[in-house]
Design a protein around this ligand. Sequence first.
Ligand SMILES: N[C@@H](CCSC[C@H]1O[C@@H](n2cnc3c(=O)[nH]cnc32)[C@H](O)[C@@H]1O)C(=O)O
Ligand SMILES: [Zn+2]
Length: 430
Amino acid sequence: MSTLLIADGQVLLPEMEVVEADVLVDADEGTILAVGSDLATADETLDASGGLVMPGLVNAHCHVAMTLLRGYADDKELDAWLQEDIWPAEAELTSEDVHVGAELGLLEMIKSGTTAFADMYFEVPEIVDAVDDAGLRARVGHGVVTVVKDDEGARADVDESLSVAREYDGAADGRIRTAYMPHSLTTVGEEYLRESVAEAREDGIPIHFHANETTDEVDPIVDERGERPLEYADELGLLTSSDFVAHGVHVDETEIDLLASRGTGVVHCPASNMKLASGMAPVQRLLDAGVTVGIGTDGAASNNDLDMFDELRDAAMLGKLAADDASAVSAETVVELATKGSADALGFESGVVEPGANADLAVLDLDAPHLTPPHDLVSHLAYAARGSDVRHTVCDGQVLMRDREVLTMDESAVLERARQYAADLAERAA
Ligand SMILES: N[C@@H](CCSC[C@H]1O[C@@H](n2cnc3c(=O)[nH]cnc32)[C@H](O)[C@@H]1O)C(=O)O
Ligand SMILES: [Zn+2]
């Protein structure tokens, strides 16, 4: 067994308590062996002095290759943004573009302490390949859109999503898991949903989709069907405890109860919801009802970065505004949502620093003006820390970044390729 010791730091425990301790990791199994003092010496050591060892952040909803479209189209609401700018540009994306965009996003994640994520996109084999090399953990899937396609095209899209979910589950030494990913209840037709959900269920494949993101998406369903979108989703068999939806902004009490009783996760994407003016998710109400809530960035074109520390702060701020209550969505709450909450939604044994859990960890450097004084480190994680404070990143027991040097990728080559591919893409899309 080869071991990794993360030594001499403070450690954030699952109950949100901070203690001085070392963390011993089984690097072969990729799990945490022990948290405490006087642990055995290890094959490799990471210095955490002056730092905080915390669970790696889990970005529970992303379109990682959209980093190539960062800053490409801003200041529009969802429908216009997708139809006028994003989808035409995505129509020009090649598999190489997706690979290059994914690498850029993965680099950004490693450098900001994110160790796992969920991703909906196309050219999924490229994303799997990039994740395998970068060393992160992910639940990936092919996003299905049928509305703009003929029957043959629609079926091909559905089939690709199901076959990708079957083929890549367990890839990258088990760090890759998959899901079937219909884009949303309004962009995938009912007959396709009915057939494909049954197929996914037969094979035990989890499902992830965008739900109740904007009123433009909710109203047509209510008008046409006389029921709420998540009631429709439930009838289709889309809400089980292995499924998770993105957004859940415009949900009523019936839908909140449905999510709680089915055990379906909701991924809150506060920055995307604010930027596209989609609305404010009732996060505190979801939590009070017992819904599993995680946090995600959404794609870099609607955020515009993949730094989960921003997302913690946004979630806390927006959650208070939505509840009209400054005590809602507290610092402890958002830290838990972005770690264990997201991991639970994705079905990963990550998001906590305790023996037996996946060794998916970040070490934050506390020696910075904006993290001084250290009255309350959980408060700092929620309100003051940023991705650039991360000193080391570890996933599955492997060191991905040591002293801010990313070990699994050539940082300057990734940036150079991304600039070049993004420029070519913009030219083709113009
Ligand atoms: N196979 C599909 C692609 C779906 S991937 C997932 C899609 O979600 C889009 N997307 C990104 N952010 C959001 C969001 O906030 N809401 C809805 N869709 C989004 C993204 O641009 C991408 O087209 C096709 O043929 O078009
Ligand atoms: Zn999205």
